[in-house]
Design a protein around this ligand. Structure first.
Ligand code: AVI
Length: 329
């Protein structure tokens, strides 16, 4: 099987992303300093994330794979009762193994569906399309190189088939609570009654298990976090000394938030050449880079209710680490 492709993988072109410039300009002037994990996914960051998905401490991918593998038949029954045709719209160009597991099962069952992977990155999409059309030559495939919501807007004009939107991998956990509500409200606006959304949610569990997933023994999460500084050095002509920053992770079982930080290991000054900016750091000063939220069933039910969806399916792995949840519009 091909490499998993991350949902948030960005273009790997040489042009500097203006959103990154703005993020660095404003984020490093805030108190505390912050930079969004949205910018983790340059080519190297995407490569490291793919590796993270295979490390033993990062249980999320394994757990979701187990959920989808054990529940694929029930999912198909939910998606296509009476063998109605459906469009499987995946937000983010698919994270390889898990999506392929579903495509494989649905194809074997001769389900009448079209796979519509949506991604903002042409590279991610091209790779996936080549891979999928080689493995399942008969599969109906309609890739969309677009922003999630533009793609959904257009879908509603195109066909009468039921839409089943996939948003896997706990990507929802990287949204703030308000962003998550906004995201499902926007989905709600664009879908028709009866359409479905399947989301992968990482569930709250023993805090040490979650903490270890973001502080893995191989040090890949550290590399992933530090790569953001490497990217800024390259894209914005900055001089972050990567050896003078470390990875620091917290998990609060009260809020359900795993938070990643970069910590300055000495008092230092960093130049961001392209922004003509000098950034002072004190010893121990942090840059907040990521939130990975963990959910309770009650929070997921509330999210559905607040955004106009009903809960149509709830599937978990044997340890109840992860849930793939079906919302119906
Ligand atoms: C992409 N996202 C769901 C991952 C997560 O678990 O929040 C990104 C990640 N960050 C550190 N490790 C993996």
């Amino acid at each position: 099987p091909g490499e998993p492709i991350n949902d948030m993988m960005l273009e790997t072109s040489t042009a500097v992303d203006p959103a990154l410039m703005e993020e660095v300009r404003t984020g490093l002037q805030q108190q505390p300093k912050r930079l969004s994990s949205r910018f983790f996914y340059d080519a190297e960051g995407s490569r490291i994330f793919q590796a993270i998905m295979h490390v033993p401490d990062y249980y999320l991918t394994r757990s979701e794979y187990e959920v989808l593998d054990t529940c694929k038949a029930s999912l198909l029954e939910l998606f296509a009762p009476d063998d109605r045709p459906f469009e499987l719209v995946e937000l983010g160009a698919g994270d390889g193994l898990k999506t392929k597991l579903l495509l494989d099962h649905f194809s074997r069952e001769r389900a009448d569906f079209t796979y519509v992977p949506v991604d903002i990155s042409a590279d991610a999409l091209d790779g996936l399309v080549a891979d999928v059309s080689q493995q399942w030559p008969d599969l109906q495939l309609r890739p969309r190189h677009d922003d999630y919501f533009n793609a959904l807007d257009q879908l509603s004009e195109e066909s009468d088939a039921r839409r089943v939107v996939l948003f896997l991998g706990s990507n929802v956990g990287n949204f703030s609570p308000d962003e998550a509500v906004g995201f499902y409200q926007q989905l709600h606006d664009r879908l028709q009654p009866g359409d479905l959304v399947l989301t992968g949610f990482d569930l709250q569990k023993h805090p040490a298990i979650i903490h270890a997933a973001y502080n893995d023994r191989e040090g890949l999460t550290r590399d992933f976090n530090l790569n953001l500084l490497r990217r800024i050095n390259r894209d914005l002509n900055a001089d972050f000394d990567l050896s003078a920053f470390s990875h620091y992770e917290t998990y609060s079982p009260e809020t359900g938030e795993a938070r990643s930080y970069l910590v300055s290991e000495k008092a230092q000054t960093v130049q961001i050449g392209s922004l003509d900016m000098t950034v002072p750091f004190q010893y121990g000063e942090i840059i907040h880079t990521e939130i990975s939220r963990k959910f309770t069933r009650h929070q997921i039910e509330q999210l559905a209710e607040r955004t106009g969806f009903s809960l149509a399916g709830w599937f978990t792995d044997a340890s109840a680490y992860f849930a793939d949840v079906v919302f119906e519009r």
